[in-house]
Design a protein around this ligand. Structure first.
Ligand SMILES: *Cc1c(COP(=O)(O)O)cnc(C)c1O
Length: 348
């Protein structure tokens, strides 16, 4: 942890976000925190704060992730993707809940002992059981097996479109119409945006919190929870018409100051970040020239000094601006910060 570049995560603010979310959605009995991809890149250390905040179930995307999370908590954990059938016993031994997303998959694992949630495909066409017939057959097989059904769920893929989203709920109701949903402990559908933008359905008792935990939501007063920081390690005074960096990509149109910052594309700051802003002493400065593997250039002014802190990512509003510049989404900006970058945690 000797590098001047690191991500700073505020665990108290994270915990408070979860409290706010859980308090504002008490109609849900199960608040499943989706802590996949090391908590969207912020690090598995966040799991404890998320649980302190009131999440009462966890979800991840692979068995490897589940086993890492299992080391720090006894809270139930669901794997959202079907795992390699070779490892069902390991999952069961570690009290990891699995997803059954097709009849074909079930047929390969029906002789094993484990707990599962059924995944229904209601239009995203990624994973899931797509028809009533398939679900009924799955039910029949599971009834004659040692598999326990603990939950059932589907995933909303465009919550900004309420017509589409309501039709997903309808499809869920249709596909499950022959089974008694009230007999299943956890019926969970909403993801982050759906929690605050849609009324809870009677048959649903769980929701899955993802990016909302990190403060991305317009309806609740939530905190940004992290910044990505670095420092000015050197300053170059350049003359008009001099260039900066590989290929001389940036050319000064007058005498200028360039700050050198030790973060680059190996840290996840891809070259497309050129042209967007960073913050130094709360002022905006532009990244110029080609970003290197380990360093980048910022067009600064006389007020900036060596050792000044550079906020490569300042807060959630900045993340949204960066996402726009990169023509992507805030999720990707979070996950892009590579594992080379140290994660440091403060408890306020
Ligand atoms: C990633 C994921 C979530 C969380 O999504 P957010 O949009 O971050 O809330 C929920 N459910 C499933 C199935 C996911 O894969």
């Amino acid at each position: 942890m000797m590098r001047q570049t690191y991500e700073l995560i505020n665990l108290k603010k994270l915990e408070n976000n979860i409290k706010t979310i859980v308090n504002s959605s008490k109609e849900y009995k199960y608040h499943i925190a989706v802590v996949k991809a090391n908590c969207y890149g912020l690090g598995i250390k966040c799991v404890k704060s998320i649980l302190l905040g009131g999440a009462n179930y966890l979800a991840v995307s692979s068995l490897d992730e589940a086993l890492k999370v299992r080391k720090i908590t006894d809270t139930r954990i669901l794997v959202l993707e079907p795992i390699d059938t070779k490892y069902i016993n390991i999952a069961n031994k570690n009290n990891i809940t699995l997803t059954i997303s097709s009849l074909e998959y079930l047929n390969k694992v029906k002789n094993k002992i484990f707990t599962c949630h059924l995944k229904i495909n209601t239009g995203m066409n990624r994973l899931g059981i797509g028809t009533k017939e398939e679900l009924n057959e799955i039910y029949k097989i599971i009834n004659e097996s040692n598999i326990k059904i603990e939950g059932i769920y589907t995933h909303i893929y465009k919550s900004t479109d309420s017509t589409l989203t309501e039709s997903q709920f309808k499809r869920f109701e249709n596909i499950t119409s022959d089974i008694n949903l009230s007999k299943i402990e956890i019926v969970h559908i909403p993801n982050s945006d759906t929690i605050t933008n849609y009324k809870k359905k009677d048959y649903v008792n769980g929701c899955r919190m993802g990016i909302i935990m990190y403060g991305f939501n317009n309806k609740l007063a939530l905190n940004s929870v992290f910044t990505l920081k670095s420092k000015i390690i050197e300053i170059k005074e350049i003359k008009k018409d001099e260039t900066v960096g590989y290929d001389g990509k940036y050319k000064a149109n007058k005498d200028e100051y360039i700050g050198i910052v030790p973060i680059g594309y190996a840290d996840g700051i891809i070259r497309k970040n050129t042209g967007r802003f960073v913050y130094i002493n709360n002022n905006k400065y532009k990244i110029v020239g080609n970003i290197c593997m380990d360093m980048l250039f910022v067009l600064i002014d006389k007020t900036v000094k060596v050792n000044d802190t550079v906020e490569i990512i300042k807060d959630n509003q900045h993340i949204n601006e960066i996402a726009e510049h990169l023509e992507t989404i805030n999720y990707e900006v979070m996950c892009d910060v590579s594992s080379r970058v140290d994660r440091k945690y403060i408890e306020e």
